[in-house]
Design a protein around this ligand. Structure first.
Ligand code: AIR
Length: 450
């Protein structure tokens, strides 16, 4: 095995493993395949978007020991596309293969308490907060953090889930009870001038490249649109990139890292970390010399990092959430009338409210134009939506039946794919009983979903 993090690069046609098979994994594996790598994805959902791209899809929970060992034995490097897999799973993989980002980086990013502690230790500014681990912490928390405040579970929340706004000590106690009295962080509700993110990549040899800072606009706690370059001062850009770089260096991070930041009264505060490509970096697919997914592959494989320069003066990205499917399939032809607009759909078989189904991007001479064009395209897709049921999100083309399931390593449903990773057609290998779709969704939904 070549260890890309101690000098030698993992070069095509080596095999790259991916924990998680959502849209982020799908794009990363597309980038890997374009470069000539073989790919294996581990995701419990037989319909996972990346399953249609990978050479092999291991259908098993992220902590399934047999599946992890199988992945480790077949892959030259393994990476992740969301922060949910446990650090224990990554450590198990790391005993036998290269893993990036590290279990430690993941552990910090998946726990708000550890994340805040880490940021404070690094001297990186964060908003006022308090940790609530027990009922006895409530009085000191409401003394330390002015109301209104937001109570967030330390693990597992995303897109506004696991979060409640509180305006008084009484509401705080009620909210904590409502969240199940689990470990939480109380954050002051700040008056934000802007929300921005820094997307960077760091290689094992310590090189860091950052993309232009992106500005993000959320609706209902979910990213709605991103524009780049962010409409902020040079000073904000310098601080934001410096903080993100410090985070990457302190974590000895390898891969693409997204750092979400708040701009408050001209000052930059770090909000949270995402140890992976990020929703706010989707514009790079259409407007950067190296997109964030190709960059992730280069970084985790120990290849030289690619250029982060923009290929257009400005770009905008608008998310397409499942709500837009409530009247049937949106009208994509209408969305694409402007030749500067591009459509990305993730191949999810089920649309539900708030679920990220795809996005549109537009490039333009400036941010205002690009934003206007992408929003107009999204609106056009919705006003011309087809009649309900006319053409819904495509059902999955392949599935794993309970009968197909086996109990061991590599004895799955389509052993020909499992045995021969060079196949062009994606394969699917089940580990253990066919997964319960509801619990898969629940586990996937504990990602910080951007
Ligand atoms: N994701 C993970 N963290 C944040 C985001 N956006 C992506 C990953 C993950 C997918 O969202 O690609 O696998 C989960 O999407 P869903 O719709 O199944 O919840």
């Amino acid at each position: 095995m070549t260890d890309p993090h101690s000098g030698g690069a993992v070069v095509p046609p080596s095999t790259i493993g991916m924990l998680g098979g959502g849209q982020l994994g799908r794009y990363a594996l597309m980038a890997a395949r374009r470069m000539g790598y073989r790919t294996i994805v581990l995701d419990p959902d037989p319909d996972a978007p990346a399953g249609a791209i990978a050479d092999v899809h291991l259908v098993a929970p992220y902590d399934d020991a047999n599946a992890l060992d199988h992945l480790a034995s077949r892959c030259d490097v393994v990476t992740v596309e969301f922060e949910n897999p446990s650090a224990v799973s990554l450590e198990r993989l790391a005993e036998h293969t290269a893993v990036a980002p590290s279990a430690n980086a993941l552990a910090v990013a998946q726990d708000r308490r550890l994340e805040k502690r880490f940021l404070c230790e690094q001297g990186i500014p964060v908003g006022p907060f308090a940790v609530i681990g027990a009922a006895s912490d409530l009085p000191s928390a409401d003394g330390a953090v002015p109301f209104p405040a937001i109570l967030k579970t330390t693990a597992g929340g995303y897109d506004g889930k696991g979060q409640l706004t509180v305006c008084s000590p009484g509401e705080l106690a009620d909210a904590w009870a409502e969240l199940g009295q689990v470990s939480c962080v109380l954050e002051q509700h700040l008056d934000l001038e802007r929300e921005v993110s820094v997307l960077l990549a760091r290689s094992g040899s310590g090189d860091v490249v950052a993309y232009p800072v992106t500005e993000n606009i959320h609706v209902g706690g979910i990213l709605d649109v991103s524009v780049v370059p962010a409409r902020v001062s040079d000073r904000v850009v310098v601080h934001a990139v410096a903080f993100a770089t410090r985070v990457a260096e302190a974590l000895e991070y390898v891969g693409v890292l997204a750092v979400e930041l708040f701009v408050v009264e001209g000052e930059v505060l770090v909000n949270e970390l995402a140890p992976r490509p990020h929703n706010s970096g989707h514009w790079t697919l259409d407007a950067a010399a190296t997109d964030q997914f190709a960059q992730q592959i280069r970084a985790v494989c120990g290849l030289p990092l690619g250029s982060t320069l923009m290929t257009a003066p400005a770009a905008a990205m608008a998310n397409l959430l499942g709500d837009r499917w409530s009247n049937g399939e949106p009208d994509w032809a209408a969305a694409l009338v402007d030749p500067d607009v591009r459509l990305h759909l993730y191949g999810k078989s089920r649309a539900s409210p708030g679920r990220k189904m795809g996005h549109l991007t537009a490039t333009g001479p400036d941010v205002t134009t690009a934003l206007h064009v992408v929003q107009r395209a999204r609106t056009a897709s919705e006003t011309n939506a087809r009649a309900p049921g006319a053409q819904r999100a495509r059902p999955a083309l392949r599935h794993v039946d309970a009968d197909d399931a086996t109990d061991g390593v590599g004895h799955g449903t389509r052993p020909h794919h499992d045995q021969h990773l060079a196949h062009d057609e994606p394969g699917e290998v089940a580990f253990g009983p066919a997964p319960d779709r509801r619990s898969d969704d629940a586990s996937r939904h504990s990602a910080d979903d951007e």
